[in-house]
Design a protein around this ligand. Structure first.
Ligand code: R5P
Length: 293
């Protein structure tokens, strides 16, 4: 088995290679003077399973294209199987045509991967209107969850806590984590006016006053969703507020926004490399890849 990466998720790639006792050989990726992608494998891949470890952030568009070029090259060089490990899979939120004429990006992204890789492994990908990844992927596609790792983190670092999901979609994380560590949980109702404007309200109240509130969501992008939830928790007398995101994209000044909204601590998994990473998903991916050896 050969573990490689197109530049993102290098720490996870190295960690996996070490645990799996596999060859770690990152790709050489640069561009030609006109901007075209230049890509080169630096080890013999013929007859081997090649694992491309690559989150689709930063730079989702180029990351996707790099993966396609890498997978096609691996097959062209005689790889037995190409597995994509994408701890963060981009484009999943555009899962319907919200306005006439729009591209359903998740379908297009899936089509490209179906054509170029043999298997996909991802983590807590944004499945909302789809029932499962089978709705868009024809290749085997596994969606792992970091719930147990997050629950372990909360149990170890936070006391007298309650878990808060900022919207109904986040309940799948909030509920599982709270259940694992036997603490209270509630969820807010989110109304999204645009990609940059949301409002939340508490529909199922639980005591928040004096509690250390842990807000859990799959994605923190502009930070609006968590910021609204944090302000709501503050109004209800929370003692402290921790925000945990599986995928920390942090665009458009999200960190500042969260701080201003009263979030004391921000923690993410290393699905996307970021200084807030506090939860390592490598063991989760290792368990899944072990089956391929
Ligand atoms: C959306 O449904 C997701 O679960 C997140 O709540 C959302 O993507 C967060 O985005 P933002 O940080 O821009 O509010």
């Amino acid at each position: 088995m050969i573990i490689t990466s197109c530049g993102n998720s290098l720490d996870i790639a190295k960690g996996l290679a070490k645990k799996l006792k596999a060859v770690y050989s990152p790709l050489t990726i640069s561009s030609f003077p006109d901007g075209d992608i230049y890509l080169k494998f630096n080890t013999e891949v013929k007859g081997h399973t090649v694992v491309i470890v690559q989150s689709f952030q930063p730079f989702s568009n180029i990351s996707l294209l790099d993966v396609i070029f890498a997978a096609e090259t691996a097959k062209d060089l005689g790889a037995k199987k190409v597995i994509l490990v994408a701890p963060y899979l981009a484009y999943m939120r555009q899962d319907k045509r919200f306005n006439p004429g729009e591209c359903i990006s998740s379908r297009v992204m899936a089509k490209l991967l179906n054509n170029s890789v043999d298997k996909l492994i991802t983590i807590d990908t944004h499945i909302h209107r789809y029932k499962s990844l089978k709705d868009i992927f024809t290749i085997p596609a596994k969606n792992l969850t970091s719930n147990a790792l997050i629950a372990h983190y909360v149990q170890k670092h936070i006391k007298d806590e309650i878990i808060l999901g900022p919207d109904w979609e986040s309940y799948q994380w909030a509920e599982h984590i709270a259940h694992d560590i036997h603490v209270g949980v509630t969820v807010l109702e989110k109304i999204r006016f645009s990609s940059r404007k949301v409002k939340v309200k508490l529909v199922k109240p639980i005591p928040i006053k004096g509690k250390n509130v842990v807000i859990v969501d799959d994605i923190i992008s502009t930070g609006h969703t968590i910021a609204e939830a944090a302000m709501q928790a503050k109004r209800m007398g929370a003692k402290s507020i921790t925000a945990i995101g599986v995928h920390g994209l942090f665009v458009e000044g999200a960190i500042d926004k969260l701080r201003k909204a009263g979030v004391h601590k921000i923690v993410t998994t290393n699905c996307i490399e970021h200084p807030t990473n506090g939860i390592d998903v490598t063991p989760l991916l290792y368990e899944e890849l072990r089956k391929e050896k």
